[in-house]
Design a protein around this ligand. Structure first.
Ligand code: BES
Ligand code: MN
Ligand code: MN
Length: 461
């Protein structure tokens, strides 16, 4: 057994306990009630970095939540790996659907994780995956095997759009100088089918409000004679897709990068089982754009989804009312080379143009993000591929993901660096959902694979 594997074996229980401590702090960036907890988490991450062997550890203030920085520079002639991750988490609601409390981590077995999985908000996204890098640094420091210089940049606002990370990166280009960025904040196909993420979708996110009468009205006295904002909004939303589930906003597809037949065939080779997919979600059928497979719909095609819709009376019993207004939150996942700002503008113009005169419409843009694709012929990808091959005993498959990490495109723009998305989560790990979890196998495999990435990256450069 290698000294690294041996060290992991000797310390594996402690590695889990330390992650538990981090998971107990509810670092919900979206909810200002948790501000102190988010700040406490930044401190905990900084301390864990110091203990793992990082130097120059700093909690860097920003206009929002701080960024934790740390580094270990062995030799300026060695290549440098910049590790990115986030210590903030999504809100846990709906609370009643959690089997155990979201901030009280426990280990339970699942079908996909027969060796056990850690159940807690952030277990997979991204505390568990980010902490693998901290523990990997400890492993490399303690076994004297660190093969590259390393820098850490762990942020606390990923789940709310990373606005201040852009601010930080623009002001700290020299500090962040590196040869590659390594991120574990994505997934892989299965525990026996490793994969590396080669693309992320972008995002355009808007909130819409449709206003009818200046107050709620009796639905008997006024019903039928004035616009009902909920009816109108529903119809407007429904019209945004045609019967083939193609998005109807003019110009929406203008910049979409179409894949060649060869690329689509290569994609179709990644293992995917539609029956298992449907079964896992209790669906009798899937639903999506005509002419594309399920994996394609969920990665290389843009989407439009309502994330929430509300208005009128939703309490107990019945209240006969025509609401004054209705609102919805709508996200559009974008693919290369769609531009989020342009798409938001197209959405706004179209949405306003389809509104009947009987209502007023407001469109408010939220955060957006650029899509990302990474090539497979660079030293970073090759190092990740060799590292996973060594730890899993199988060559990983390149896969484009449907999720978004908007800051990755900005890293490329501002720092000129490619990001390697070597994630170890599974789609079934329920990130952003109740009962989020992360396999112990995945946690340990990540800690084992990351030092191998460093080793191979030093050789590739
Ligand atoms: N880690 C996820 C993104 C992800 C997960 C990408 C799995 C690929 C596979 C990240 O924390 C996230 O949730 N991103 C948000 C975007 C952000 C702007 C809120 C998303 O994708 O919804
Ligand atoms: Mn994440
Ligand atoms: Mn997330």
């Amino acid at each position: 057994m290698s000294s690294q594997k041996n060290y992991i074996e000797q310390n594996k229980e402690r590695f889990v306990e330390e992650l538990f401590d981090l998971l107990r702090i509810p670092s919900i960036s979206a909810d200002s009630a948790y501000k102190n907890d988010v700040l406490k988490t930044a401190e905990a991450v900084a301390n864990s970095l110091k203990k793992a062997g990082a130097e120059a550890v700093e909690i860097c203030e920003t206009p929002g939540y701080p960024i934790v920085y740390g580094e270990r520079i062995l030799d300026p002639n060695l290549p440098t790996v910049l590790v990115y991750g986030h210590y903030d988490v999504q809100p846990p609601d709906p609370m009643e659907l959690w089997t155990t409390k979201p901030f009280d981590p426990v280990i339970r077995k699942t079908d996909k994780h027969p060796d056990g999985a850690i159940f807690a908000r952030g277990a997979c996204d991204d505390k568990g995956q980010m902490f693998m890098h901290v523990k990997a640094l400890e492993v490399m420091t303690q076994t004297n095997t660190l093969a590259c210089n390393v820098k850490f940049m762990i942020e606390g606002e990923e789940e709310v759009g990373s606005e201040n990370l852009g601010w930080f990166v623009k002001r700290n280009k020299e500090k962040l100088a590196a040869d590659v960025i390594l991120i574990s904040d994505t997934g892989m196909i299965a525990n026996d089918t490793p994969s590396i993420t080669t693309g992320l979708r972008g995002l355009s996110y808007v909130e819409v409000k449709v206003t009818g009468p200046n107050r709620d009205l009796h639905s008997g006295l006024y019903g039928g004679a004035v616009a009902n904002p909920i009816n109108v909004l529903s119809k407007m939303i429904a019209s945004l897709q045609d019967d083939n589930l193609h998005i109807t906003i003019p110009g929406f597809y203008a910049d979409v990068q179409e894949l060649s037949e060869v690329e689509r065939e290569a994609m179709a080779e990644a293992p995917f089982n539609l029956d298992h997919y449907k079964k896992a979600l209790d669906l009798s059928d899937v639903h999506g754009e005509l002419g594309y497979s399920t994996p394609e719909r969920a990665s290389i095609r843009p989407t439009l989804d309502v994330n929430g819709i509300w208005g009128g009376y939703t309490g107990e019993g019945a209240k006969t009312v025509i609401p004054s207004w209705a609102k919805a939150k709508i996200s559009m996942r974008l693919v290369p080379h769609q531009d989020p700002e342009k798409i938001t503008q197209l959405f706004k113009e179209h949405f306003e143009s389809i509104a009947p005169k009987s209502v007023k419409v407001e469109v408010t843009p939220h955060h957006g993000g650029l899509p990302y694709v990474s090539p497979t012929d660079n030293p970073g990808y090759k190092a990740a591929s060799k590292a996973m091959e060594e730890s899993f005993g199988k060559t990983p498959v390149p896969v484009r993901s449907g999720g978004s990490i908007p800051i990755v495109a900005l890293f490329e723009q501002e720092l000129g660096l490619k990001s390697i998305l070597m994630g170890f989560g599974l789609d079934s790990d329920a990130i952003h959902s109740p009962n989020e979890h992360y396999g112990l196998f995945n946690y340990y495999k990540g800690i084992e694979t990351i030092p191998l990435f460093f080793k191979h990256f030093a050789q590739e450069m």
